[in-house]
Design a protein around this ligand. Sequence first.
Ligand code: GLC
Length: 457
Amino acid sequence: MSKPLVLKRDKLYLLFLRGKFSLFLILFFSNVFSQSNISPDSIRPKMQWFSDAKLGIFIHWGIYSVKGIDESWSFYNKKISWPDYMSQLKGFTASKYDPEAWASLIKESGARYAVMTTKHHDGVALWDTKEKHYDVVDNTPAKRDLLSPFYAALRRKGLKAGAYFSLIDWSHPDYPGFMKDSTRYSIADDPARWRRFQSFYQAQLNEVGKLLDPDLWWFDGDWEHTAEEWEAPKVRRMLLDRNPNAIINGRLQGYGDYETPEQNFPVTRPRYNWWELCMTINNNWGYQQSDTNWKTPYEIITIFADAVSNGGNLLLDIGPRQDGTIPGQQVHVLKELGAWNKKHDEAIFGSEAGIPQGHFYGPTTLSKDSMSLYLFLPGKVSGEIMVKGLVNTIQSITVVGEETSLKHKVVGKISWSPVPGLVYITVPPEVQDKYMTVIKLRLDKPVSLYRGKGGFD
Ligand code: GLC
C-alpha cells in the first residue's frame, strides 16, 4: 500500500470524526482499503466460530473515562493538552471493577465474544507492561493488571476473548505521530528511531500474547503507516506462530482476516467473506457523561438483524466508567438484546446470511441447511407480508419463540410461467414481539429463488 493512500485514509478518518464525508468517499475508500493479502480458503476453518458468533461486545476502557473525553483523539485533536490528558492517570481507579460481572453481562447479551482495549492510541497499557511506557499498574491508582481476570472470566463462560491493540502510540517518544499538526520526526530522517519503536510495539504484542493468548487480535490505527513500516507480514506470522487459530481483524494493512466497517452501516451486501460492523451504543467509544444519545434496544436489534442478514457480525461497544461500573443505559440495551436473542436464537445463531435483498422488505436469514427461511419484521408489522420469487413450496410457517402457526396464500402463479407466485403471509396483531417479530418458513427443499425480471429476461 503506497504512502499517499495511507495519508488519505488518515485524512478521511479525521473527516469522519467531524462527520463530514461524502458517500462517494466512503464507497471509494472502502474498495481501496479492502484489499487483503490473505486467501480466504487458507483461513476458512479458523473463521468458523467467528461466522457463527454474530455478536461481540467491544469494550473501550481507559484513562479517558476519568474526564469523559474522546479516547486519545482529544489530545491529538488539541481539545485538551497532552499533559492534561495524561493527568487522568491519577483518577483511574477501577475501584468497583468486577470482571466476573462484566463477563456475565456479556454472556447475557447473547454475544459469543468480547474485544477489550488492551492499549488505545494514548499508549496506556491495561496490563503490567515490562516495556518502559505507561501502564495502569505503575501509573494509576488501579495498580493491577485489569485484563487477565476479565479474560479468565470470559473463558470460564465459554466466550471467545479478543484483544484490541492500537498500533498507533501517540505518547511514545519513538513514535513519529503526536498531534494533528505536529510529528516528532520522520522515519526517513531517523530509521533507527523507528526500528526502536517497532521492537517496542512488537515486544508489547508478545506480552499480550503470552498473558492473554487472544482468540482474536483487533488492531487499530494501521492507517498511519504502511504494511512494510509496521512489518505487518512478520507480525502476522509472529501471532500465528503462537496461536495458529488466532483471528486478526482487517486493520493490519492487508494482513488481516476480516473487514471492519466502523459506525457506517453497509446498505448493499458487502462482498467480503467475513465482516464485522463495530458500533457504539451512544456516539462515543469510551465513557462520556455528556453523551446521552443512546440508541434504543429496538434500534440495536434492527441494526444487528440487518448485519446478520447481510452475512456480518455486530461488535457493539460499551464504555465503562473509570471505576469499572457500566452505565445503566448500556446494561439495559445488553439485557434487552439478550432477552430478544434468547427467544430468537435459532434465527440468529444457527443461521447464515439470508436471501438477497428485494425478495422481502426486511432482514432475512437461512438455516445452515437452507431448509428454513427466517423473516425479520421491523416495526409492529401486522397484516399481510409478502415474499417474492420463492420457488419452494412452504411446509409450515411459525412465529419464532412462540407456538403460533401462520397462514399463507400464493398469489398470481401462472401455470405456464416459471415465475413463482407471490407469497402472502397473514401476521395477526397479537403475535407481535416487543421489538422484532421473526417468522420461520419451513421449506420443502433447500431454498430456491427466482431472480429474473418477470419473464422478460
Ligand atoms: C477508531 C478510533 C478509535 C476507536 C476505534 C474503534 O479507529 O481511532 O478511537 O477505538 O475506531 O473501532
